[in-house]
Every structure is written in C-alpha cells, then in structure tokens.
Design a protein around this ligand. Sequence first.
Ligand code: ADP
Length: 457
Amino acid sequence: MYSIRTRLTLWYASALAVGLVLFAAAIWVSTWQSLRTEADRSLQIEHQHLAQFLREQLSDARVNLREELAEFAQALPDGTSMEARSLAGALIYSDASAFPWAKTHAANELRPGVVTWKGDRYQFLRSPISVEDLRFNVVFALSLGSMDRTLQRLFWLMVGSIPAVLLLSCSGGVWLSRRALKPVDEITTAAKSIGIEDLSQRLAVPKTGDELQRLSETWNEMLARLEDAFGRLSRFTADASHELRTPLAVIRSTAEITGRRSRSEEAYRSALSAIASESERMTALIDDLLFLSRCDANNLDLPMGPVPLDQVLRDAQVLLSPAAAARRIQLHVATGEPGCTVWGNEAAIRRLALILGDNAIKYSHDGGYVHLTGERRGEQVFLRVEDKGIGIPHSDLPFVFQRFYRGANAREGGNNGFGLGLALATGIAERHRSAVRVTSSPEAGSSFEVAFHRSPE
Ligand code: ADP
C-alpha cells in the first residue's frame, strides 16, 4: 500500500495534469478561433473596400476594369491574393496564377472557407460585386501560413511546458507533504518505542494547536488509560495469587505435618476437614475471579427476563438467616409492591442481595438489625440493604468497590472475606445498567442501594 505522501502526490499530480491540459486546450482553441475570425474580418473589409474603390473610380468615366483591379490588388496587405471572374466564369483579373477558383464556394454566398493551394492553407471569401451596371465575382484569399505557424508554436510551447510545470509542482508537493507529515513520523517512532513495561512514557506534544497536537494529546490520554488499566490488572493478578497462596500453603502444610507420622483417626479426620474447608475457600475465590474476569471481558452469559424481586429477597432472607441468627441479628425484609418484577437475571440479582446482606451481617454489632428492602419508584425498583453496624470511615469510602480492598474495620473485625464482594456486586449492577450506591458512616451504619429497571429499554 502506498504511503499517504505518495497518494497525496499522485492525486495532486493527476488533478493538476488534467487541469493543465484543459487549460491549455481552452487557450489553444480560443486563440485559433480569434485568429480565424480576424482573418475572416480582414477579407470582408477588403471586399467592402473593393466595392467602394470601384464605385469611386467608375463614377466619372469608363475606365479599364482590369487596370483598376490590378491597382487595387497592389495595395492589398501581404499574404492576400485576389481573383476576379465574370459571372460566366471568364477570368478578368488574377494576381495569383491558377488559384483553385472551382474549389471556392459558389457566388452569392458571403461564406468564408479554407482551401489548400501550393502546400499552404488559404482562407478565402468569394462573393459578387455589383457597381452600377458592372457585375462580376471576386475571390479574396489570405494565406493562413503565419496563423498556422503561430498556433503550432503555441501547441509545442504547451506540450513542452506542461510536463515541466507538473514536475516542478510535484516536487514542491512532495517537499510540502514530507514537511507536513514529518511530525506524524516522529509520533510513530515515539509510539513504537513505548512498550508494555514503560507505559508511563508520554509523547512530546507540539504546541501547534492543530490536528497533530490533538493526535499527540489523544495518544497520551490513551496511554494514561492503558497505564491505569494495566496497573489495575497487575495489582489484581498479584492480589489473586497472594490470596490463592494462603489456602494452598495451609493445605500443603496440613498434609505434610499430618503425614510425617501415623496419627489417630480423629487427627486424620480433622486434617482432612481442614484441607476440605481450605479447598472450598479456594474454589469460592476462583469462582469469584472467574466471574470478574468474564465481567471484564464482557462475556458473562446472563440471560435476562422479568425477575420477581420480592421472591428474591425472601430467598436471600432464608439463606442469610443462619448467619444472622448466630449473631442474634434481626433480619427484616420489606418486599414492597407484591408481584413487582424487575428486568434482569434472577441468579445474579439473588447473588447481589446475598453479597450486600452478608456484608451487612458481617459488619453489624451482635444483636443488631439488618433491613432488606424492595421499593418501587416510578419506572425503577430499588434494592436496599441497610445496617446499623460499624459503618465505613469516610476515608475508606472511595476504595470499598476496588478488588481485594478490605477496609480497616474488616481487618480489625477478623472477617476473612477476600475483599471481592462489592466488586462482584458492582459487576452485576453494571450488567443491569446500574451501579451500587453507598452511604455510610461509623456512627449511622451503612446503606447500599441498587436501582433496577422494570423493562429492557
Ligand atoms: P469483604 O467483605 O470480603 O472484605 P467487600 O468487597 O464485600 O469485601 O467489602 C469491601 C470492604 O468494604 C470491606 O472490607 C469493609 O471494610 C467495607 N464494607 C462493605 N460492606 C460494609 C458494611 N455493610 N458495613 C461496613 N463496612 C462495609
């Protein structure tokens, strides 16, 4: 494929060539026309002069017509010849022998024409002259040799100068486009040198206020986004590996220590159950990671349909009850309008309610309250989970939705979550064209809310 520079030059050269040829043709045709008209006019003037001359000469006394014609012919401009014949065709006078009289138009036609005579082209005008009782035909012929030579010179001048002009302007065009596109080459070279390991590099931005400045700025913005995304991805991978190492280390050390010597059946059972529970934790973590990576890759298969929110909340209540009961926490469910449906994926919305409900229980004081509410407002239905628990410090609020982020309150409380719950909840909400909103303070507890749409639009 040709470079932009070559394509620009080729387009420019073709357009210029067509323009120049048309321009030259127009000049040539208009010169040819005006020279022909000029020749024509001069013959007609000679014709009028002759009629006038004869009228003056013949008015006094009868003079010899042939002599008068010869006298007139002498005064004709260079390159003009004259021949006169009677109406019957008999030669009266000719200043050029054997002029091809027969090839000229018939009398009574004041129509000019062109004949070739002795290798030269002649423009002629044949027409009758009648002065008093004298009637005869006369033909004036003007040699077109000089006109033809002028036109030929013009033609060769154009044929010679068009390629020269084309060559000059194309070299100018190449030089200009090279100059104009040089910064693009520089940007390309700079962009090539930026690898995945040095995404912090930025392109130099030319302060020209034009497309190239915007191009560099856009590149830099894209690099910043890439750097941010890549940074998050690396952190995510590092955190995920770290989280997976812990249960793996427990499994490995339990198996090693237990196997070092023979033990009681009970000891084996307890070791195996520790291994099973760590494996379960690992499986849960891997499931969460898989879900998040599918969310990122946008290939999460979530068939959508009408979901009865009241039923989802009641299911969540049943599933959360044992954990709530263990800490004497009262779990209230207000399902709102009975039969009210939202548009979404039932399993995903149930999972979202469980994540938020589970957090509310985890971060509540023993004997506290947790409310799960479904509430319709216009075309939206809100799922809200509130607790009067330990709340989230103001400084932690911007980070709680980040993957693997666990607030100081969570670490102090000894909760062993992975810090992925709210990230999963966000992923689910986003698939429902929504977001998770939070209001929380250590004094008042927390409230998480997600708005669902009632229909697919
Ligand atoms: P995890 O609960 O596994 O730590 P999450 O992503 O669910 O991870 O939550 C992230 C952090 O947000 C928690 O570590 C905790 O600090 C804070 N958080 C979430 N829900 C609540 C809540 N209801 N009350 C107080 N803090 C909360």
